[in-house]
Design a binder for this molecule. Sequence first.
Ligand code: G6P
Length: 607
Amino acid sequence: MCGIVAYVGRGTARNILIEGLKRLEYRGYDSSGIAILNSAPYLAKAVGKVSQLEERVRRDAPEGWAGIAHTRWATHGKPTEANAHPHTDCSGQVFVVHNGIIENYQRLKKALAASGHVFHSDTDTEVLAHLVEACYKGDLEAAVLKALQDVQGTYGLAVIHAKHQDEIVVARRGSPIVLGIGPEYSLAASDASALSQHTDQVVFLEDNEVARLEPSRFMIKTLDNRHVSREAQTLEAGSEAADKGSYPHFMLKEIFEQPEAVENALRGRLNHSEGVAKLGGLESVMDRLKAARHLIIVSCGTSYYAGLYARYVFETLTDLTVETELASEFRYRKLNIRDNTVVLAISQSGETADTLAALREAKRKGALVLGLVNVVGSTIARETHAGVYSHAGSEIGVASTKSFASQLTILVLIALLLGRSRDLSYEEGENLLRGLEEAPAQIREVLGQSERILELAQQYCSASHFLYIGRKYQYPIALEGALKLKEISYIHAEGYAAGEMKHGPIALIDRSFPTVALAPEDSSYEKIISNIQEIRAREGPVIAVTTRGADRLRSMVDCVIEIPRNHSIIMPLISVVPLQLFAYHCAVLRGCDVDKPRNLAKSVTVE
Ligand code: G6P
């Protein structure tokens, strides 16, 4: 959600912090701020993008020895300068940046105010600065440890003090903090991508741990003051933040990277001689997977739609009963987890708070918990019993695209692995493997239609509402297409199961309400043609995404986007691409900030 970066070292804090913030900006971007320790502490904040802050900081900030910086996604209080982090105490010596939510902040604030502390913001974070001030007796780490004893809620935080120019204290409960250790400096951040250009030596803090960082040294303690010894580990190559290259936006670059994302998801994972997938990350739990009867998939956002798709795929290829559940709802249900229940958490970031909470709940109840995660070393990846990495590379655009392609690919591989250990035939397994191998070239072919999809966007981007419909494997793609359009272009869009349309949404259809129909020639083709006819009968414009050669549809609809033919299970990998491009072009034409859509954040670390 919000991004944190902290540095202590040899007098170069300013530039490192600003560069770090820019790399983290995709996590939250409504305001930002920086505090630097120098002869006198320096504090600057700005509403809007990091570039606003950068301008001011480059003009008048000292380089400094130690500093902390933050890019914010507002939870408590509007995105104003007063609410931007870092927050400071009454003495102006303590500075705090924080991700997460302090749940008992109102009670703490009241008690602190009663003892004379004066507050200047609406945030929960500001109480932390005053609490540290109240607990400070000359030792910053001890003050933070003591202050956190009173805090309920979640945090990833970094604290500096004007009297401790060689020190940063960081802490974690529920919101990630990673330390980076260099030869003459130490860093900390909420995300390894802010550190990777400086060092590949990192240490992941666990929940309820506090660390003191000095140049090139770190010491970790638990909240109950026990020393923790942990070696630094080498960050995997590829965790570095991407740059846009020649593309105008990260989102477009990532849409165009999908053929490689699928190739990377497949690399070394296909066993043609046995018509099955090889997934090393699941080998240790294969016996339990063979005995599994019940699969529950938990996730949020686009990853949830990947989970909905997986339900159809697992039901087709295995004999498991499958449920897909929004992570935010799953944890509050009365769960019937039996010995043979497997819970699969899907997450690009591996940090989504609801998904993490859901998997912890499932673990507590005894389920085998698996992860399908993109970010290596993320919390979900570390807390699951076993799992598979997507290897999609870093995804910066807030609207997820290439991770979705990898997720769909790997979900087919997992279903294939389980299916072949049950009654799925070699032939069917092999058909799917071949279909998956054809997908990258077919995605490239669709990407070649970007200009034509731009023309469609020019024709339709002034509409205020869109309906997206699909059936079976294409139903989650209809949901994902609608999500893409609404999140980046702010056009209202609803995804619907095509068969459900006549139970309500059809009432909205008229000449000004276009429908995007996912209609490849598969077993649902005739049914979706009937749904399209129903829309046409109400004069609703229809854009159909269909397989090449499906000529019958052409005369019925306003526009056709043709895609290559593949196995019906693999078709969603291809059919989602024109929807991503359509949303992208509509957003650009409407002047929206595609990579940083309003009110959203890439990684949602609050529940
Ligand atoms: C946010 C992002 C979405 C993403 C969702 C789940 O809402 O903006 O793009 O799909 O979180 O994130 P995860 O990292 O768990 O896949």
